[in-house]
Design a protein around this ligand. Structure first.
Ligand code: B1M
Length: 221
């Protein structure tokens, strides 16, 4: 990782949003994720490298959380720092507005508030020419159903970050398949795997946004 990328990674891990942000105290007055991302892009660092740095920062803070070394507010600050970066990366993912290849309805399943990964998938799929309907977080099955009712030819993407909400995901997959047997469902999120996806009856599993795009492109109706 080069120096500017490492600094962005650290800002995400520590939750340093921008220069004015007083948190964390040890980084007061220093440039944050916002300024460092702008500088990196201006000096020609690619958006993929910056995104990788963010993911690494999130991985590090997540591990600390798992070891009880940091708490929920620290995760929230990390998420805010990552969002400051993502706001600047969005134009890169959204470039090239071509006629939509198809429709993709995406949401984080009921009981789950994690949306950073889901938002990344949304951006990358959109950037690849799909029309995306983002239902947000904590999405109940009924809301997915309403969207499919409005766009019967859509593909559906479900995201979950908690092992507990994989249960909600299983229920959502089953209910959608019962009511809309021709709708294709793809699932993703850290606790998922191909095996889990198969067991819950989803049609596809994507470990990352690129795999989600590859799946959608090969299953175009
Ligand atoms: Co939470 N959290 N969190 N959290 N959080 C995790 C997930 C956890 C692993 C941390 C840990 O213990 N080490 C753990 C889950 C343990 C488990 O169940 N296995 C956890 C926990 C326990 C919790 C709470 C229960 C904590 C509490 O309150 N005690 C709570 C639950 C709230 C709820 O949802 N009901 C909670 C809350 C939060 C915050 C709100 C503070 C915040 C979320 C902010 C937000 O999203 N706006 C947060 C965060 C930031 C995390 C970590 C640190 C980072 C998640 C993240 O954004 N990663 C996370 C630890 C970790 O992941 N290392 C953790 C970066 C993101 C780019 O990756 O989301 O995996 P990811 O997305 C990837 C792929 O998975 C894939 O593409 C993305 C890009 O590569 N992908 C898809 C995702 N969705 C896809 C869909 C697809 C295809 C691919 O197709 C449809």
């Amino acid at each position: 990782m080069n120096e500017s990328i490492e600094k962005i990674c650290l800002c995400v891990e520590r939750g340093k949003i921008n220069k004015l942000s007083p948190f964390p105290a040890a980084m007061k007055g220093l440039d944050g994720a916002d300024e460092l991302t702008r500088q990196a892009l201006e000096t020609g660092v690619g958006p993929e490298g910056i995104l990788q740095a963010c993911n690494e920062g999130m991985r590090r803070i997540g591990e600390k959380f798992g070891r009880n070394e940091v708490f929920v507010p620290d995760l929230l600050m990390a998420a805010k720092a990552m969002n400051a970066v993502m706001a600047q990366l969005q134009p890169f993912f959204k470039s090239g507005s071509v006629k939509a290849k198809g429709k993709f309805v995406i949401g984080t399943v009921a009981g789950d508030l994690h949306d950073i990964g889901k938002n990344l998938v949304k951006m990358v799929v959109e950037g690849n020419g799909w029309e995306v309907f983002d239902l947000g977080v904590d999405v109940k099955t009924a809301k997915f159903m309403e969207s499919i009712d409005r766009s019967p030819d859509c593909f559906v993407g479900l995201s979950a970050l908690l092992t507990t909400t994989m249960v909600a995901m299983t229920k959502t997959v089953k209910e959608i398949k019962d009511r809309f047997p021709t709708t294709t469902i793809i699932v993703g999120g850290a606790p998922l795997s191909m095996k889990a996806a198969e067991e819950m009856g989803a049609h596809g599993y994507a470990p990352d946004p690129q795999s989600a795009v590859a799946f959608l492109n090969t299953h175009l109706k």
